[in-house]
Design a protein around this ligand. Structure first.
Ligand code: NAI
Length: 307
């Protein structure tokens, strides 16, 4: 099988590197409009085959068509935030790029899956779906896996447990309407009730919500890319392996969680065809309301993108 990673920038290169190391597919093709960038990154990563011992081949191209038919296409092309910018500030520029790419990807790989990474994530996923004409289950977005990883890592800093022992899911939007339901947070399989102060947990959730901006502020140039790239690669790996794990992804429900016909971050299982199923977990009424409200805010922003 072939994986195409569009955008050989910072997120795209980490995604491709991780997928190459994982050694699950015959070929990874990087695509970027910027001169020899994709070919250069592909060649550089391919040199590590001699070090790490993987057999996946890598190639770089300037167009989606030249990359050829892909089972999975990861879209990381577009602008990233600079200090002082919100993800929403990227919407106009990135919609033009992502919309055109979605059409080209659907034409080249009509049976493939598109994993959107470009921000603003929720809006770009909805836009890519519409422009691609593909079934909505085959166009999904990466945000919840990253926000969940950030949450577990930040919660572990309170000393409660190692990040690997913490479970939870970041749902809703990739931004202000991020919802991390307390009822889904567990440490070593047990609920955190009575084990962590409410105010401390709220602090971790709000730092998680602000993590992207925190990294942008420190880097001074560009936005987070290492964990984002690893998360995109992990989602592709989960689709290929069809593992049973429940992860958070940006998908388009048909009534699940009281949301219909708009993209929002929900608990899902992934498979070879993208979304395998939306998993309905028990949430409190307040948590469900927060998801419904995130979906409606996303839907408003998608509408204003089109108009
Ligand atoms: P970057 O600037 O390093 O790379 C973007 C690349 O896209 C550039 O190399 C550029 O030449 C290329 N590009 C632009 N238009 C293109 C086109 N039409 N076809 C092919 N390539 C094209 O940016 P970075 O840091 O890699 O971020 C990429 C995107 O991912 C940004 O929109 C960023 O906000 C987003 N992001 C999303 C995250 C998420 O959780 N969903 C997390 C981190 C970043």
């Amino acid at each position: 099988a072939r994986i195409v990673v569009v955008g050989a920038g910072r997120v795209g290169m980490i995604t491709a590197m991780r997928l190459a190391e994982t050694d699950l597919v015959n070929e990874i093709v990087l695509v970027d409009v910027a001169g020899g960038l994709a070919a250069g990154i592909a060649l550089d990563i391919s040199h590590s085959a001699g070090l790490l011992g993987f057999s996946t081949r890598l190639r770089g191209e300037q167009t989606v068509a030249a990359a050829g038919t892909a089972a999975f296409t990861v879209v990381t092309a577009g602008q990233a935030r600079r200090p002082g910018m919100s993800r929403g500030d990227l919407a106009g520029t990135n919609a033009t790029i992502v919309g055109a790419l979605a059409q080209q990807i659907a034409a080249t790989s009509p049976d493939g899956v598109i994993l959107v990474v470009t921000n603003p994530l929720d809006e770009m996923t909805a836009h890519a779906w519409r422009q691609s004409g593909l079934p909505s289950g085959r166009v999904i977005g990466m945000a919840g896996v990253l926000d969940t990883a950030r949450f577990a890592s930040l919660l572990s800093l309170t000393g409660i447990a190692d990040a690997s022992e913490i479970r939870g899911l970041a749902l809703g939007s990739h931004g202000d309407e991020m919802v991390i339901p307390r009822s889904l947070v567990s440490v070593n399989g047990s609920s955190i009730d009575g084990r962590i102060d409410e105010a401390v947990l709220d602090g971790v959730v709000s730092r998680t919500r602000n993590s992207g901006a925190e990294v942008v502020g420190l880097l001074g140039h560009g936005s987070a890319f290492i964990t984002p790239g690893l998360c995109a690669a992990q989602m592709v790996t989960a689709m290929i392996r069809e593992d049973d794990r429940v992860v958070a992804a940006t998908v388009r429900p048909n009534g699940q969680y009281g949301v219909d016909g708009t993209y929002v971050g929900l608990p899902v299982r992934l498979g070879r065809h993208g979304l395998a199923s939306i998993v309905e977990l028990d949430l409190t009424p307040g948590e469900r309301r927060a998801i419904v409200s995130a979906a409606s805010r996303i839907s408003d922003r998608v509408r204003s993108l089109a108009g």
